[in-house]
Design a protein around this ligand. Structure first.
Ligand code: GLC
Length: 496
């Protein structure tokens, strides 16, 4: 597998990527393909008893496990590549691992280890720093929706164990809490950024995934139960939709930022009391950073990273923003402003390797206090503003699905196409040479990440998905579309 001879043509690169995915990353259990490992192991240890010798891949922390989030691109690619049975197997295996423990009932594992005779799930009890991954649970629901929508396998959705899994998820979400806000409160490192990076509270990515999971769950219940739906289930669907509506409204009100809003925020009074005030989270002007001026320009906009009392997190998080566009949480004009912002800041976000995970990095005092001196997350490294090729296809899908003859984006479509094509060419050029590295460091992302794994599966699938959507079959760009709120309300009305 060593790149002694580097591939020359795009076709050769793509063939290598497919070969790696299907023959090295894919894992089988009881003769079924059930998911892909996070990184293809490179170190192999050989054992010999004098007569027989065996070679076993060496365990590398948990990178040889099957991660829920890392499998999202793999599963989408399998769907597009005509292998839906792998996706169904993956969904079934994860469902069988949904926690039954009283304290965590309903959550899905971050990852699981596959041995010949059993699967061992990690819900956070084995994770470095014992971080819990909330995104895994939300992703399962979204993936179940995407799978059934794409294949029309409604029989799978109607199964009792699938419906029971949905119920367990709703029991986690629809219960009384201390806060009125519709956002989901999580500890630090509860999603793709799975080490402390001051992303506790209500980080954007979790909220957008929650929105997607609520829409997905509602659809899976309505579709799966059909005419058999009970009044109790209908009432539950109503509460789920109500939460989704409130969440979207809240995110658009408190997280959306553009230059006009910054100017309003800067002039608001503080220390107000009561239920009709203009500065609910008591944000002081001094906390609003000046880099926003050039970052936003006149027309740019994005969803900020977090909303907490006294402290908005103004960092730009790439995945949360792309997903907000893909799930249509952002209305069209806001999507346009987001893509405008990305185009405007392409030297930062793309540089030598698309895409930067968040911007700007935490430095100095912030790095020391908020990451706990984490050497992996030093400034411009890893999660702290490093560059991750696995994020690129999300932007591809977000932009492509907006393009239609009547769309305003079309006016700029040449610039956007160029942007995506350039990104694709960078992946083609650099990934084989850099052995499909997990991430890249430095303000331009030119250096391979100091602690990056090589042959990282979601780096490989990012290239494959990008090629499929941008070059090969762009009509598949709607694969991640979720049912809209309006559609779900009508569907519910039809069954009531
Ligand atoms: C790292 C990443 C995490 C990913 C895991 C496996 O921990 O931060 O997002 O799921 O590696 O690739």
């Amino acid at each position: 597998m060593s790149p002694a001879v580097l591939p020359h043509t795009p076709q050769e690169v793509l063939e290598i990527a497919r070969h790696l995915l299907y023959t090295k990353a894919l894992v089988t259990f009881q003769n079924k393909a059930i998911g892909t490992v996070a990184a293809i192991p490179q170190k192999v240890r050989s054992y010999s008893n004098g007569q027989v010798s065996v070679s076993i891949p060496e365990q590398d922390l948990n990178y040889t496990e099957v991660f829920m989030r890392d499998n999202v691109p793999s599963m989408l690619y399998f769907l597009l590549d005509g292998r839906p049975e792998i996706v169904r197997n993956f969904l079934d295996v994860c469902l069988s691992l949904q926690s039954q423990h009283a304290l965590t009932a309903g959550i899905f594992p971050t990852s699981f280890h596959v041995s010949p005779d059993r699967l061992t799930a990690d819900y956070g009890q084995r994770a470095i720093g014992r971080v819990v991954s909330v995104d895994a649970t939300l992703w399962w629901l979204i993936l179940a929706q995407i799978y059934s929508q794409w294949t029309k396998d409604w029989a799978w959705v109607a199964q009792e164990n699938v419906q029971a899994g949905l119920q367990k998820f709703l029991q986690l979400i629809l219960h009384p809490t201390f806060r009125e806000a519709p956002t989901l409160h999580v500890p630090d490192g509860a999603f793709m950024i799975d080490r402390p990076l001051d992303v506790w509270g209500a980080p954007l990515e979790i909220q957008v995934l929650l929105y997607g999971a609520l829409l997905s769950t509602t659809h899976l219940i309505l579709q799966g139960r059909g005419k058999q739906i009970t009044p109790g289930e209908l009432e539950q669907v109503e509460r789920t939709l109500d939460l989704a509506i409130r969440l979207r409204r809240y995110l658009l009100k408190h997280y959306w930022l553009n230059t006009r809003i910054v100017q309003i925020l800067r002039r608001r009074p503080t220390d107000l009391y009561g239920d009709r005030i203009v500065n609910e989270y008591n944000i002081r002007t001094e906390t609003i950073p000046h880099w926003l001026q050039t970052w936003l320009g006149d027309e740019g906009g994005y969803l900020i990273g977090n909303v907490r009392t006294g402290r908005l997190d103004f960092r730009f998080f790439t995945l949360g923003n792309c997903l907000a566009a893909i799930f249509d949480l952002l209305p069209r004009p806001q999507q346009k402003a987001l893509f405008h912002l990305i185009l405007r800041n392409r030297d930062e976000l793309f540089a030598e390797m698309p895409l930067r995970i968040c911007h700007p990095p935490l430095d100095d005092e912030d790095w020391r206090n908020k990451t706990g001196f984490d050497p992996k997350n030093k400034v411009w490294c890893y999660h702290n503003a490093g560059h991750w090729p696995c994020l690129f296809w999300f932007l591809v899908i977000a932009i492509l699905r907006q393009e239609s003859p009547s769309d305003e984006l079309v006016a700029d479509s040449y610039a956007y196409h160029r942007l995506l094509k350039d990104g694709y060419e960078t992946l083609l050029d650099r990934l084989p040479e850099q052995q499909w590295a997990e991430y890249f460091d430095g303000p331009t992302g030119v250096w391979i990440g100091q602690q990056a794994r090589t042959y990282q599966t979601w780096t490989i699938t990012s290239l494959l998905l990008t090629e499929h959507l941008l070059i090969h079959k762009s009509e598949d760009k709607r694969i991640m579309d979720l049912p809209s709120l309006r559609y779900l309300l009508n569907l519910k009305r039809g069954l009531a």
